[in-house]
Structures are given as structure tokens and as C-alpha cells.
Design a protein around this ligand. Structure first.
Ligand code: NAI
Ligand code: MG
Length: 352
């Protein structure tokens, strides 16, 4: 039987509540489709940081370098600064494993009302492709003359031809497999060096993808259009910062942060990719057993696709759609009273 090795990093707060739900669903469909998932449970978290001074062991990355995938819950703990969890765990994983694509599907599911009245189920279904390794989130820059009137902070945006071309090629290929439409997020009217370069490379790469129609929108206008007319989009590609903001905006359009999934991909397959719900550790509801596990379950379905088991991933999503469309079973964030475990049990009943 084929086995896949998965590094499990529940993290903190509700991360430790939603990953077991995802795992129960994974095990069910794996058994049905005749493969096995073998998990390594890792306690890498802010709690670990508080106890040992590090989010993960020094050789942490090497311990999971040869795994087939990583499933992460969420990290973040009151009292531990957010940059510790980000730069002590998430960013090292994304960068060391060259996960240069951040993928966030946005679908308005039947039975999950969107706060945006024009966002109707069956019509809104797009993907935000975020550049995940360079751009605005660079370590180049500095701060001088601290405390004086001339105190100065500089942070450089870095766009490399290799880095931009590979994310664009990924996005164009994805659009070709989906609805054939790509929108590039830009701001070349205000940002006069990096964004015109980005625009130029979009036009260059488009020439190699004649089957895809494309356009570009300034980020501010694009944000408004995602709210006003979300059904018009298929694939949206953006730099690290633009993609980050757009994907949270779009997740809100889909109804709840609790259901939004994401993938951090190394499309070359040389390193493990990482799958995680968009939400954080939600300290306000942690420990109560009320977190919505859908973001984690949907992320796990994306992991199955990535592992080359799309039939298993599709089965998970079909059950999710069925549960939401045909029952009133909802967690609290969606107006129901089902706990994390209740919701998961109902979902498991719809799986073989
Ligand atoms: P959050 O996503 O944890 O929570 C925002 C709001 O959404 C809260 O009211 C929470 O109760 C609710 N919520 C989130 N996920 C939910 C779910 N599955 N079911 C029901 N309700 C849900 O974001 P927040 O509060 O800004 O951050 C809390 C901590 O999480 C911070 O330490 C932050 O750094 C961390 N964080 C970690 C992320 C990660 O691990 N990738 C991503 C975002 C935040
Ligand atoms: Mg974000």
C-alpha cells in the first residue's frame, strides 16, 4: 500500500482542535482509496517557545525535509510576539522549502451566507495566487538615527526575474486548467520601479500562454471589484503583500475566516509543501471545542490533490458541500451550535 509521510504541526490554540478533525477525515478517505498517511506529530508552537526558547528544534527543518507534505494548524499565543511565531516557524519553512506559491481558493459554498450580497454560491469560485518568497516581505533595509528627529526606516522590495516569472507561470498554468482567465494585481501608477517590471513580465509570460485571457488591475480598484463583483474572477496573481491582503479580503467575501484554506507550494516537488487553514490560533475561543474545522479540512483536501490523490480530495469537498447544503449543522462562527467534534462526526457520516 502506498504511504505518504505527513508532518503534523497543530501549533497553538484552536490549531490543536482543528487538526485532529482534518486527520479523521484524511484517514477515512485514505482507507477508502487504498493508501495510508503516516503522521509525525510535532509540538512546534509558541508554547514550545515559552518552554524552550525556540518554536522548533534546531534541526527541525532537516527532520521534515523528506516528508511528503506538512499540515499545520495555527501558531500564536498571548504574550508571545507574533513575529516570533512567524519568523521562528512559518517563514523558515516557507523559505527553506522554497514554497514560492501561496494558493488560496475562494468559493462561496451553498449554505454559507456571504456578507457580500452579490456573492452567490455557484458563481464565486476563484483562486488567489500569492508570491510567497520575495517582494515586499524582504529583510533588506534598516533603521538609523533611532530616537532622533531624523530617525529613518527603509525597507526594500525585491522582485527578481526568476521569482516573478515562476509565480506568473504557475498562475497562467492554473488559469489554463480552470476558467482561462487571469488578473494581475499591480500598482504601477504609484510604485514606479518594481511594479512596471512586474507588469512587463506579465505581458511577456502571457505570450507563452495564448489560451489564457488576462488583464491587470491596480490593487485599490481590484479590492473594490472583489467586493462589488466577485464572480468575475478566475485566477488573481499578486506579489507577496498584495496577495496577502487580497486573500484575506476574499476569504471574508466567502463568509468566514474559519473555512478558508491555503497551500504553500514548492511546485517543483523538491521540498515538502505545507497546507494550513488561513485562520490563526483564535485565543478567544481556544479550548472550548467550538472552532470551525472546515479551513483545516479543506486544506487537507488540497494536500490530497497535491499528493496526487485528487479523487480523495474531491470526495472530501463533495461531502463538505453536501453537509452545508443539505443540513443545518454549523459551528458557532456560521451561526450554529455544533462543536468541532459534532461537525466532524456529521461530515464523517457522509464519507464512505
Ligand atoms: P484568528 O484567525 O486567530 O482569529 C480571528 C477571529 O476569527 C477570532 O474572533 C476567532 O475566534 C475567529 N476564528 C478564527 N478561526 C476560527 C475558526 N476556525 N472557527 C471559528 N472562529 C474562528 O486571528 P487573530 O485573532 O488575528 O490572531 C490570533 C493569533 O493567531 C495571533 O497570535 C496571530 O499571530 C496568530 N495567527 C496565526 C496564523 C498562522 O498560524 N498562520 C495566521 C493568523 C493569525
Ligand atoms: Mg494574512
Amino acid at each position: 500500500m502506498q504511504q505518504y509521510r505527513v508532518a503534523m504541526i497543530p501549533g497553538d490554540g484552536i490549531g490543536t482542535e482543528v487538526l485532529p478533525a482534518a486527520r479523521a477525515v484524511l484517514d477515512r478517505v485514505a482507507a477508502h482509496h487504498g493508501f495510508a498517511l503516516v503522521y509525525d506529530d510535532l509540538d512546534w508552537s509558541c508554547e514550545r517557545y515559552r518552554a524552550t526558547g525556540a518554536m522548533m528544534p534546531e534541526d527541525g527543518l532537516d527532520r521534515i525535509r523528506h516528508h511528503d507534505a506538512i499540515l499545520l494548524g495555527a501558531v500564536g499565543y498571548p504574550g508571545v510576539p507574533d513575529h516570533v511565531s512567524l519568523w521562528g516557524l512559518l517563514i523558515p519553512i516557507r523559505r527553506a522549502f522554497r514554497q514560492y506559491v501561496n494558493l488560496r481558493p475562494i468559493t462561496v459554498l451553498e449554505g454559507v451566507p456571504s456578507p457580500v450580497s452579490r456573492a452567490r454560491p455557484g458563481e464565486v469560485d476563484f483562486v488567489v495566487v500569492r508570491e510567497n518568497s520575495e517582494g515586499e516581505y524582504s529583510e533588506i533595509g534598516g533603521r538609523i538615527n533611532r530616537g532622533f528627529p531624523e530617525e529613518t526606516a527603509v525597507q526594500e522590495t525585491v522582485f527578481t526575474r526568476v521569482g516573478v516569472e515562476r509565480i506568473l507561470d504557475y498562475a497562467f498554468d492554473l488559469a489554463a486548467r480552470r476558467g482561462g482567465r487571469l488578473t494581475s494585481a499591480t500598482k504601477s501608477n504609484g510604485i514606479v520601479h518594481t511594479m512596471p517590471f512586474w507588469d512587463q513580465l506579465v505581458a511577456e509570460r502571457a505570450a507563452d500562454h495564448p489560451g489564457v485571457t488576462w488583464d491587470q488591475e491596480h490593487i485599490d480598484a481590484l479590492a473594490a471589484k472583489i467586493v462589488l463583483d466577485p464572480a468575475r474572477f478566475d485566477v488573481i496573481v499578486g506579489s507577496n503583500l498584495f496577495g496577502d491582503i487580497l486573500s484575506d479580503l476574499a476569504a471574508a467575501v466567502a463568509g468566514s475566516i474559519g473555512i478558508a484554506p491555503s497551500a504553500n507550494l514548492d511546485p517543483t516537488g523538491a521540498h515538502p509543501s505545507m497546507f494550513e487553514p488561513v485562520h490563526g490560533s483564535a485565543p478567544d475561543i481556544a479550548g472550548q471545542g467550538v472552532a470551525n474545522p472546515l479551513g483545516a479540512i479543506w486544506s487537507a483536501a488540497m494536500m490530497l490533490d497535491h499528493l496526487g490523490r485528487p479523487e480523495a480530495g474531491a470526495q472530501v469537498m463533495a461531502a463538505v458541500r453536501e453537509l452545508l447544503a443539505t443540513s443545518g449543522v454549523r459551528t458557532r462562527d456560521l451561526g450554529g451550535d455544533a462543536g468541532t467534534g459534532d461537525f466532524t462526526d456529521e461530515l464523517l457520516k457522509l464519507l464512505p
